[in-house]
Design a protein around this ligand. Sequence first.
Ligand code: NDP
Length: 307
Amino acid sequence: MAIAILAPTRDTSVWRDGMLKLDPSLEIRTFPDLGDYHDIECAVVWNHPRGMLREFPSLKVICSMGAGVDHIISDPDIPRHIPITKIVDERLSFSMSNYIVMAVLHHHRRWDKYMRDKTNQTWDQAANPEIDIKVGIMGFGALGQDAGKKLTALGFEVHGLSRTQVGFEGITTYGEDDTDLFLSRINVLVCLLPLVSENVGILNYTLFQKMNKGTYLINVARGGHQVGNDIKRALDEGLLSGAFLDVFEEEPLPKGHWMWQHSDIQISPHNASLTNPTAAIPQIIDNYRRVLQGAKLINQIDREKGY
Ligand code: NDP
């Protein structure tokens, strides 16, 4: 019986080698050399070929190679009864939280202004060098809570929004029904939502109108959450003071796109936090063993919720 790695857009050799190093007895097959489909019990996937997962009759578990599972859930042919797991790991949180802290400090310390001042050789000691901020984390899950904890430790006021309100020391938390209250209390919005159908295009003009004027947007979730044209309109009208974006509706962001030129937008190429195979592989192998033993899986997603 075998584990199949289905990740046509990635170099899978490090994953294959890492799994074999952990357990040389494993049978690992990588797309497209999958052998007999009847052998595949575990599929380790990132942007797998659509429809392929229903072709493995012995499949027992599908493991995402990252924290996001939208690339799996968006395939309508995934068998309903097969459990899906995602990666939760400290290294992923470390990188994501550092990115968010960097983006928050960039805004808080008015770094756009000081970069412009440097270009113009302007020594402006009169201006206030800090913006008073209250950070809202929309999607207060595994990654959001780690970022919230670290921002709180730096002394920032943090608010966390999830579907169901969670208790969290030092952070004011909200449930989905209180989204408008949450938005009214913050002026930096960090998006860390999963990309399920209800959240597609959630960062739109209607939402921006509900926020305090001049709110700063940080999107580190998925490009499908944001409506680019609405961000432009909100920037033009001052509803947004700027945006720090790691993800885009179209990736790679096309050359010539207006966002490249906009002085109030910072851009990174969807690399806020990359999965570390060394941390992810033991979780995947652990889950493979668990599913064979009929034991409870770790980091299993809720199929109803889609994350
Ligand atoms: P989790 O599933 O742990 O957390 C998601 C959170 O979002 C939960 O608190 C959930 O609430 C909340 N949520 C979902 N929908 C809504 C909504 N409509 N309104 C309010 N809250 C909502 O996910 P992770 O923290 O592990 O990851 C978050 C996302 O980050 C991933 O889905 C992925 O897309 C993205 N990501 C991006 C990376 C990058 O490099 N840019 C790297 C890694 C991940 P509840 O629990 O109550 O249901």
